[in-house]
Structure formats: structure tokens, C-alpha cells
Design a protein around this ligand. Structure first.
Ligand SMILES: NC(=O)c1ccc[n+]([C@@H]2O[C@H](COP(=O)([O-])OP(=O)(O)OC[C@H]3O[C@@H](n4cnc5c(N)ncnc54)[C@H](OP(=O)(O)O)[C@@H]3O)[C@@H](O)[C@H]2O)c1
Length: 277
């Protein structure tokens, strides 16, 4: 049994499809609310909260592999519970910031979770994705309502990754031998700027979308209102305020692990054009 956490999210939903198509071992998807979740036929759905390890008893029962998102604060307890119930291999979603911006608070948290996984006594594979193409969903309302994206650093290109490619790597790591003890930096196939992303979304959704570059201060004001000051600063650094070679590097890991080239941002936009209409 493979337990997939974040099963309703960007990576998890794609991973359920991948595992279903591959006819892999029985799969169970975790959500905090089974009433809102709809999974492919044959995939069991189970309720649980990653912030409360006690709530995962039913989810972990019989699981031998675990696909684990991080960032919920109880990872050490979740890993201990997984080990006790017989999980043998954990595939963890960490972040590329562990190697690009290790000083940022979220990167330090991911470092700690990576250490917990390595010390857990279970086999492990760590995925370190860069920023997701799906982060552009933040623009959906502004595009639908006003046909505009207001964003900072509009001409800085970063190798955003299609979450389905993270799922494809996770599927291979969960179902094929040879991926234990590996840490994979994951990016898209090329660098893409905000302006190019907006153009791709406009083409895919069939509507005109203007890209208006704003300054860091204005962006910070907007983001801090829902992310808080510190996280807003960190996100802005990662969007272009504090670049380094490692953040700009395109890795070919998706191709090496799955045998298929990583999907472009255009592909992501064409998969999700309807959301922006
Ligand atoms: N976005 C990025 O650029 C980026 C970059 C590097 C790493 N990451 C990491 O990638 C992961 C996915 O990020 P995302 O932005 O794409 O999010 P997402 O997958 O769209 O949504 C979050 C998922 O996590 C589940 N979830 C949220 N709180 C939970 C909790 N307390 N217990 C159990 N499940 C919970 C949600 O499920 P339910 O609502 O159904 O419970 C949902 O399926 C995160 O761990 C993030 O730290 C993201």
C-alpha cells in the first residue's frame, strides 16, 4: 500500500493519476476532508491531518511506502508513526531552497525535516523542487476580473516546474528500485520569465492579459497582508530579489529519472487555460 499525502493538491492529484495508470500497488490518498475529495476509481481516500500525527492511524495502517509533503510542523512525529506501523520507504517533498537559500526560515525547516527522514530508519528519497508553475494560479482572479497581472521581477527567468513532473519522479521513486538514499533537485526544462508566463497563459486561455511590473515595496505590501512580513520577504527574494547561480540552474533530473523530458511552462498553461478564462 502506498499512502499519498497532499492527494488533493498539485503534486498529489497528479501522482494518484500516475500510480493509477501504472497499475501500481494499492494506493490510498490523504485529505483533511473526505467530502471534498474525488479520486480516480480504485484509489482509497482516507482522512487525516499532517499537523496531528495521532490522526494518521487509519491512513498509515498497512502502508509500506509514504509520499510525504512537508511544512505542517509535525513531520518528526508523523515519521515516527510511519516507522512504527511498518512503512519502509518515504519519498519526501522538500524544496530547492535548502541548497539555494539555506538561511531562509522555510529552508531551515525543510533541512530539519530532511534530517528527520534520514534519521528515521526507513529508506528515503528526497525531492527538492524549485518554484511550481502552478504558483501562477495566484494570478487567476486578477486575470479573470481585470485581464492583468501585476508582479515584480517581470523579466527574470526561473526554471519553474510543472507539478506533474514532480509527481512523475515520485512515482518512479515509489515503484522502482534504485532511488533510496537519493536527493533530487527538480526544475523545469528552461528558464521562463513572469512576462513569458503571462503570455503563455494569455495564449492558453484565449484572452488578452497585460503584464504590469510593480516594485518590490508594492509587492511586499500586497503579499505581507496574507503571508506575513517575513514570508513575503522570503518569497520576493526567491522571485528575483536574491538570485544565485543555483536558483537559476536548469537540472535534467526529470529526464534522467523518468526517461521523459520535463514539461514546459507552455504545457502547464495549456493544461490549465480554463482556470484563467
Ligand atoms: N509551491 C512551490 O513553489 C513549492 C516549492 C517547493 C516546495 N513546495 C512544497 O510542495 C508542497 C505542495 O505545495 P503546493 O503549493 O503545490 O500545495 P498544494 O499541493 O496545492 O496544496 C496543499 C495540499 O496539502 C494538503 N494539506 C494542507 N494542509 C494539510 C494538513 N494539515 N494535513 C494534511 N494535508 C494537508 C491539502 O489537502 P486537503 O486540503 O485535501 O487536506 C492539499 O492537498 C508543499 O509541501 C510545499 O511546501 C512548494
Amino acid at each position: 500500500m502506498i499512502l499519498v499525502t497532499g492527494a488533493t493538491g498539485n503534486i498529489g492529484s497528479a501522482l494518484l493519476r500516475e500510480l493509477h495508470l501504472a497499475g501500481a500497488a494499492p494506493v490510498r490518498g490523504l485529505t483533511r476532508d473526505v467530502r471534498r475529495a474525488s479520486f480516480p476509481e480504485g484509489i482509497a481516500v482516507v482522512e487525516g491531518d499532517l499537523a496531528q500525527a495521532d490522526s494518521l492511524k487509519a491512513a498509515l495502517e498497512g502502508a509500506r511506502s509514504l509520499f510525504l509533503l512537508s511544512g505542517f510542523g509535525a513531520e518528526a512525529e508523523v515519521l515516527a508513526a510511519a516507522r512504527r506501523t511498518g512503512v519502509e520507504h518515504v519519498v519526501l517533498v522538500s524544496s530547492i531552497t535548502v541548497q539555494t537559500h539555506p538561511h531562509l526560515p522555510a529552508a531551515r525547516e525543510n533541512q530539519a525535516v530532511e534530517k528527520s527522514v534520514k534519521d528515521s530508519g526507513m529508506a528515503w528519497t528526497i525531492l527538492r523542487p524549485t518554484q511550481f508553475a502552478s504558483n501562477t494560479l495566484w494570478w487567476a482572479q486578477s486575470i479573470r476580473d481585470q485581464g492583468v497581472v501585476r508582479a515584480p521581477y517581470a523579466d527574470i527567468g526561473l526554471p519553474a516546474i510543472h507539478p506533474a513532473d514532480i509527481a512523475a519522479v515520485a512515482r518512479v521513486a515509489l515503484t522502482e528500485p534504485g532511488h533510496g538514499g537519493r536527493t533530487y533537485a527538480l526544475t523545469g526544462p528552461e528558464r521562463v520569465t513572469v512576462r513569458q508566463q503571462v503570455a503563455a497563459i494569455a495564449a492558453a486561455s484565449g484572452r488578452e492579459v497585460a503584464c504590469v511590473e510593480i516594485g518590490r515595496e508594492e509587492a511586499h505590501r500586497q503579499m505581507a497582508s496574507f503571508l506575513g512580513e517575513e514570508t513575503a520577504d522570503a518569497v520576493l527574494d526567491l522571485m528575483g530579489g536574491d538570485l544565485n547561480d543555483e536558483l537559476l540552474t536548469v537540472h535534467d533530473t526529470v529526464l534522467r529519472v523518468t526517461g521523459t523530458a520535463a514539461r514546459s511552462f507552455q504545457q502547464w498553461a495549456s493544461d490549465h487555460g480554463a482556470v484563467f478564462r
